[in-house]
Design a binder for this molecule. Structure first.
Ligand code: 13P
Ligand code: SF4
Length: 300
């Protein structure tokens, strides 16, 4: 076993710490993580963990969500600069302005957002449960923030009157319809599966649209040997491991999130050793954000 992994394992044991990793993390990190998952699974998992120290290998909002849900735990992110640009596309002033202008709209905020925005929202959602979150709301009018592509995907599956903020994921935005069309021509029997953060004209071509964790059962069960993958390339690690007889093709070489890839094994070792970087939040923000995030974890 790699020397660094041995040291990480020893520290995990000594400090009663646990490592959770998002599906976009580097393969070697997913390999040693105690749990892997999408944003919703990670939020649900951390809520119930008995360990004192939780290292979140993901982007900042994921660790922050863990801190919102588990105020008594020490939540660490190995790289403080692993941020999600989408999460910063709406400000507190923006959301307050929306609340003022549209008082009869429920505000639904994608979990890819900062704690202050969650705190101003009625409920949060992830890509795995966005449609159900919106459809289960008592309000017929909904403002969705900050991702415009997920909002438009929800709109296609909802009778609600939906407005949305104009944010987007810079990584998924790079995938163009032509990229998918070319691959579909090259592999006519392939299925195309995409994340709802992709542009609407790309999603039109998809055989299946799902969160990162939705990919794994789809890949296992679908009757196709070749699968074109329209999301960040970190998902290939588990897809290939679980389906050695299938062929996975990333829909564009540009589908790599530099922020997700910042964390290395060395960073995880240092995070555990020095107990860095701890996420702390003003309690009044955390309590308000907790309500919106906790409600999110209850929706399938
Ligand atoms: P999931 O919730 O599907 O894991 O997606 C998170 C994300 O950041 C997608 O870009
Ligand atoms: Fe954020 Fe996009 Fe990276 Fe996901 S892939 S963490 S939405 S920048």
């Amino acid at each position: 076993m790699n020397e660094l992994v041995k040291k990480i394992n020893a520290l995990r044991k000594e400090k009663n710490a646990v490592l959770v990793a998002h599906n976009y993390q580097r393969g070697e990190i997913q390999e040693i993580a105690d749990y892997t998952g999408d944003s919703l699974q990670l939020a649900r998992i951390v809520k119930d963990l008995p360990q004192e120290i939780i290292v979140v290998a993901g982007v900042y909002f994921m660790a922050e969500t863990a801190a919102i849900l588990s105020p008594d735990k020490k939540i660490l992110i190995p790289r403080i600069d692993a941020t999600c640009p989408l999460a910063e596309m709406i400000t507190v002033e923006d959301i307050k302005m929306i609340r003022n202008k549209l008082p009869n709209h429920a505000i639904v905020t994608y979990v890819n957002s900062i704690a202050e925005i969650k705190a101003e929202s009625d409920i949060c959602c992830t890509s795995a449960n966005a449609v159900n979150v919106v459809n289960n709301l008592p309000s017929e009018k909904v403002f969705f923030t900050p991702d415009r592509n997920l909002a438009q995907w929800v709109k296609k599956h909802s009778m609600k009157e939906l407005k949305w903020w104009d944010g987007y994921c810079p990584v998924h935005r790079r995938l163009k319809r032509e990229d998918v069309e070319k691959l579909k021509k090259k592999y006519p029997d392939a299925k195309f599966v995409a994340h709802p953060e992709c542009n609407p004209d790309v999603l039109e071509l998809a055989d299946h649209v799902c969160s990162t964790s939705g990919l794994y059962p789809y890949a296992r069960e679908v009757d196709a040997r070749t699968i074109i993958v329209g999301t960040e390339n970190g998902v290939l690690y588990k897809l290939k491991k679980e389906n050695p007889d299938k062929n996975f093709i990333i829909a564009s070489p540009l589908l790599e999130c530099v922020n997700m890839k910042k964390i290395t094994l060395e960073d995880i070792y240092l995070s555990l050793k020095e107990e860095r970087y701890q996420i702390t939040l003003p309690e009044e923000i955390r309590v308000k954000a907790f309500e919106a995030v906790e409600k999110m974890t209850q929706v399938t």
